[in-house]
Design a protein around this ligand. Structure first.
Ligand code: NAD
Ligand code: LMR
Length: 345
């Protein structure tokens, strides 16, 4: 199982050079101590994500927190014979202990969509959950790297930034909206359509994480494939609607959990590698940014010892992608502003 996980983690890396880096990392006998905390660990994403983090040899301590049901999840995951020491925490009174000393905090806490809902429809419930969790983070582990999964990511990341700013603990380099699932989907759909070996494919996805704010840059996909404009447009739409495709298929039983756990594990692994000083660790993520005029924007980021080490420009865009970028601006700005306004209240 562990070897399979490592193989799949390797094959999902952005470039062949980062695959080599990954191999070096896992070969190392002296991985530093790293505590990872999952908030919402008993949920649909939380459980498989906790298992995947238990398989990651870069983790030494794994804290699993939820408002309920974490003792069972923690007992279950703790029996896997891998490096991380697992502890479960249930209820608000144990949140501080769960967070203390964390290097990376992954947040999949909150409600998922049902058919007919947009991610913005989750705002009313999830904004409050994220706000209270971020208040605790600013108190108990203000230096941790945050991986925000809870939707709407386009608003929850700005909420977190504002909570941390108010608490005097905001470090823009350590706050990430997890958009890896968009990249995972774009790679899968592109590789399938172009009939390419899936492990070799890379596709940057920029913008945000909802509908048209998700902008896959197939013009920069590698290896290149001679797909028609019609195919590119269909792939773009499928990537943008990937979440809805799963929500509808699950017919009221939630949204993407297993593919999200995989994507979350990939992104957390990249953060840990960056913290450990491994070179050339790249992922797309929704971060505070000056790539556009929007205060937060997803693009390719290099991860380092302090979190964000470098944010890359968008590079040359096809006309179709330029149009997509123009269209997403107002929607993304409005979601960002909603988040900031909520946190300031
Ligand atoms: P879920 O309902 O299965 O699990 C959510 C968990 O959060 C539950 O166990 C619940 O008890 C817990 N929770 C609620 N309030 C909490 C609090 N205050 N503190 C700690 N835990 C709390 O939902 P899910 O399918 O795991 O989805 C979780 C979130 O992730 C949703 O908002 C969903 O939209 C989002 N999501 C994001 C992406 C992405 O790409 N970023 C992908 C899929 C889902
Ligand atoms: C996804 O992209 O699968 C998630 O954001 C969940 C959703 O509501 O679509």
């Amino acid at each position: 199982m562990k070897n399979t996980m490592l193989r799949s983690l390797r094959s999902s890396q952005s470039s062949s050079s980062s695959a080599a880096v990954l191999r070096r990392g896992y070969a190392s006998e002296a991985c530093p101590e790293r505590k990872v905390t999952v908030l919402g660990a008993a949920g649909g994403i939380g459980q498989p994500l906790s298992m995947l983090m238990k398989l990651n040899p870069l983790v030494s301590r794994l804290a699993l927190y939820d408002i309920a049901n974490t003792p069972g999840v923690a007992a279950d995951v703790s029996h896997i014979n891998t490096r991380p020491q697992v502890t479960g925490y249930a209820g608000e009174e144990q949140l501080g202990e769960a967070l203390e000393g964390s290097d990376v905090v992954i947040i999949p806490a909150g409600v998922p969509r049902k058919p007919g809902m947009t991610r913005d429809d989750l705002f009313n419930i999830n904004a409050g959950i994220v706000k209270s969790l971020c208040l605790a983070i600013s108190k108990y582990c203000p230096n941790a790297v945050i991986n925000m999964i809870s939707n709407p990511v386009n608003s929850t990341v700005p909420i977190a930034s504002e909570v941390f700013r108010k608490a005097g603990t905001y470090n823009a380099k350590k706050l990430f909206g997890v958009t890896t699932l968009d990249v995972v989907r774009a790679k899968t759909f592109y590789a399938t359509k172009a009939n390419l070996p899936i492990a070799d494919v890379n596709v940057p996805v920029v913008g945000g994480h909802a509908g048209i704010t998700i902008l896959p840059l197939f013009s920069q996909a590698t290896p290149t494939a001679n797909l028609s404009q019609e195919h590119i447009e269909a792939l773009t739409k499928r990537t943008q609607d990937g979440g809805t495709e799963v929500v509808e298929a699950k017919a009221g039983k939630g949204s993407a959990t297993l593919s999200m756990a995989y994507a979350g594990a990939i992104f957390a692994d990249a953060c840990l590698k960056g913290l450990n000083g491994m070179p050339d660790v790249m992922e797309c993520s929704f971060v505070q940014s000056t790539v556009t005029e929007l205060p937060f924007f997803a693009s390719k980021v290099r991860l380092g010892k302090e979190g964000v080490a470098e944010i890359f420009d968008l590079g040359p865009l096809a006309d179709y992608e330029k149009e997509g970028l123009e269209k997403l601006r107002p929607e993304l700005l409005s979601s960002i502003e909603n988040g900031i306004k909520f946190a300031r209240q």
